[in-house]
Structures are given as C-alpha cells and as structure tokens.
Design a protein around this ligand. Structure first.
Ligand SMILES: [Zn+2]
Length: 185
C-alpha cells in the first residue's frame, strides 16, 4: 500500500511551545512503531549536539545537518521526519519537504514564523504556504498576560540569527510590542 505523505507546520514566537508540540507528535508516531528521524540546523548548538531539546529539557535524539539537502540523503526508509528550528535552514528546505511528502513521508516542521523585527523568517512563510496543515502556537505576553505573537529582542543587535533565552528575548503581544518598540516603557 502506498503511504500518504504530508507536511505539517508548527509555527509561533519564542517560548510558544513549538518544540514541545513537535516532540508530542513525534513521540506518538514512535508509539505507533513508525520510523522517526529528527533533524535540526547545525547552527543550533545551545544545549546539545545530538538532541532536540526544548526549553523544558524534554528531549529526543536528533541529527544536526549543515544543509537542507542532507535531510533527503539521511531520510531513506523513514516514515516520519521531524525538523526543528526550521527558520535557520536554507530556502532549499521547502523543496526537500515537498519531495519527502511526495514520496509518502509525514513531515513535521517546527520553526519561528517571524524574526525579532516581525519579518517572516527564512523558509517558514513558504513552508506554511505548501503545508497540508499549519498550527500557530502562542506564548504568553510577559507584560500583560495576553497571548503573545512576537519575540521582542532585549539586547541591541541587528543580526537576524541570534540564539537566545529569556535574557535576550521576551514574548510580547501586539500592544506591548508596539509600546516597547516606541520606547514607552
Ligand atoms: Zn501584552
């Protein structure tokens, strides 16, 4: 029987639980005895070279790769492919996901939808467009407690690629983001 492939995207700001949701889906696939592989960009070495580690230290072993094309090479015989921190991958990731899904693979991609300036991040907008299903998860605004969509950068640095934690970024809602951006606090 031919397997039906698909692309699922989990997107949102920092601290929105993207990785937790990715791991939840992958763990369920593992329970269903499916062959699962997880990839992440080699730039994300915050905690561990070999594992996808979410902020609550819930982890599944993963493979860091330099380029999206490596994912195709390493995914033979795999039924479910998880990709974490997809925003840091090259734009070739979009074609890679499409090819895998066309071959019958279930692809689950997690990544930041926007950078700290609220600009769509790397291959994420195109991945959202080609996905069968998109889930947008939300953080909680640290100023007012509403749902937060944005990752506000607390330190002065214009580089788009800057890994971080609570010291460097805060989840903010639209209202609080705009107040911060105007320097009203
Ligand atoms: Zn707020």
């Amino acid at each position: 029987m031919q397997r039906r492939g698909s692309i699922e995207v989990i997107c949102g700001s920092m601290f929105s639980g993207k990785t937790e949701e990715l791991l939840r889906r992958l763990k369920r696939a593992k329970i269903a005895r499916q062959k699962v592989e997880i990839f992440k960009p080699a730039v994300d070495v915050r905690y561990s070279e070999e594992e996808v580690v979410s902020h609550d230290k819930n982890s599944i072993p993963s493979t860091p790769v330099e380029h999206s094309s490596n994912i195709l090479l390493l995914s033979s015989e795999v039924e479910v492919v998880g990709i974490d921190e997809a925003q840091f991958f090259d734009k070739g990731l979009v074609d890679v996901c499409q090819q895998l899904a066309d071959q019958g693979v279930r692809v689950i991609v997690a990544g930041l939808d926007m950078d700290f300036r609220r600009v769509p991040f790397g291959p994420m907008p195109a991945l959202c467009a080609i996905a069968d299903d998109v889930t947008k998860v939300h953080a909680v605004c640290v100023r007012c407690g509403r749902l937060a969509n944005y990752s506000f950068r607390l330190v002065a640095n214009d580089k788009q690629l800057m890994l971080g934690e609570m010291q460097e970024y805060q989840p903010l809602c639209r209202l609080c983001y705009n107040k911060e951006a105007k320097g009203e606090r």
